[in-house]
Design a protein around this ligand. Sequence first.
Ligand code: IPD
Ligand code: CA
Length: 266
Amino acid sequence: MSTHDPAALLALAAETGQEAGRVAAEGQAGIAVLDTKSTPTDVVTEMDRSVEELIRKRLLTARPDDSVLGEEGGRQAGSSGVRWIVDPIDGTVNYLYGRPDWAVSIAAESGGEVVAGVVCVPVRGEVYTATRGGGAFCNGEPIHVAPAVPLEMALVDTGFGYSSARRAQQAEVLRTVLPRVRDIRRGGSACVDLCGLARGRANAYYERGLNPWDWSAAALIAEEAGARVGGLHGAPPNSELIIAAAPGLFEELHDLLAPLGADTDG
Ligand code: IPD
Ligand code: CA
C-alpha cells in the first residue's frame, strides 16, 4: 500500500478529527474570545489554537514528512508530497455562542489534489468522510445530494465574510438571489453547509471569500455525494467564489450569480 493511499490518509484524518472534535466539544461551555483576526468579529478562541496544535501533532507524529496548512498556524513545509489542510473549528462564532453547527475539518492533498477529507460535527454526532472516487459517507452510511430542482424551488445556503465592505456587497447579491429561490439559510459553518448539501439538507450553496481550510474536505464530500462544486466560468472552487449544487441547478445558480459581482467586494 502506497504511503499516499487515500484510504490510509482518510483513516488518519478521521481518527484525528474525532479526537479533536471530542476535545473541542468538552471545552465549548464557558469558552471565551482569546483574540481577533481580520476584524473585531473575526474571533479566535483558545480552543481554535489548541485543537489545531493537537491535530498537527497527531498528523506529523504519524507522517513526519508531510506538510500542513492550518487556519490558525499557517504553513509548515514537508517533503512527502502530501499536504494536510486543517480547520480546527469551522464556525467559531457558533462555537462561541454554544450553537451546534461547528466542525473540525481535515483534508489530505496528494500531488496538489484533495484525495481524502473528513468533517466532524461533534455536537450532532456526525462524521462525514470521502475519498476521491470512493463516494461520500456520514457515520459510514453513503450519502447523496438531493435531485436537482428548479432554482425557484431551491433551498440555498450561503455565508458572509467578516468585513463590512464585503458584507455590503454580499447583501446586494442577496437582494437579487432571495426573491428567485425557495429560501436562504445562513448556518455559520461553510463545511457544515457543504456536508448538509451532500446529504440533501439544502439544494445549493454559494459563498465568497472562503479559504482552502473552509472548503477542501467538505467540497470533496459534496462532490463525491454527486454535487458539482466550482467557481465561476469553469474555475475550480476558489476564494473568490464557491458554488455547489446538483448538476443542472449548479448552472442555473452560476448564471444568476455571475453577472451580479458575487465574486467581488463591489
Ligand atoms: C467561517 C465560517 C462561516 C463563513 C466564513 C468563514 P470560521 O469560518 O465557515 O460560515 O461564512 O466565511 O470564515 O472563521 O468560523 O473558521
Ligand atoms: Ca473556517
